[in-house]
Design a protein around this ligand. Sequence first.
Ligand code: ZN
Length: 271
Amino acid sequence: MEKKYLISLIGVLVSFLLFSCAERPVIHEHAFILLTHYQEMSLGDEAAREILKKEKLVKNPKIVKKVKRVFDRLIKALPPKFQKLYDWKVYVIDKDIINAFALPNGNIFVYKGLIDFVKNDDQLAAVLGHEIAHVILRHGAEKVSQALLAQLGGYILLSKVSPAERELAAKLYNLGINVAFLLPYSRKQEKEADIVGILIMMRAGYNPDEAIKLWEKMVEKFEKKEPPEWLSDHPASKERLDYIKKVVEFLRKHPQYVEKFEIPQKLLEVD
Ligand SMILES: [Zn+2]
């Protein structure tokens, strides 16, 4: 009797996990995502509303136009399916922080400090491409799903958020919005976003060598022990720079992947 009960319980669990396994686009692997696309979108919408209420945006039309121009070119280079799937918008927050983050609905926030840090449009495209990749790969929804599964309390969540985002996270959390998407990404997620981000910038015709230069600059700053804020979520390491170089080289040699918007498994394994 007990055994029977156990077997049916396992059955329920297995089907629960099977139904919750989504296939991650572009890199085609299974991902544990409990949220539907609709939930992902409304979670992002709610968070965006609160962020826009609280943060001061950059008004300087020169800066806003430049960021929008690069962002639009990247979005237009996505396959039509992904262009339509999200509410693609970019905002520049008027704070001198070298950071950027993406909400699961396709709203991307860049701090003014990061705009000053990048040297040209190609470097800006590298940062924005990376954030767009997090959205398409559903990394935010994945983090929320993992947090739901672990039933993390707010205090645990907040302790893991980078200082720049803690205040924002606390506010959203108090409003009952699940803030797990603000948690740092895992190394695996970061690597996936790096790779797919380069794929996106190359589709849009930006020079991926500038992504390498940007990371060299980050590593240099990191070694001087003055890591910009972005690095708390995006550790700059020699290893990271090394695989980014390999990814650029591979995609240049195999433009069919850029065309198809696909990443082969072997590229995810480079280190
Ligand atoms: Zn990232």
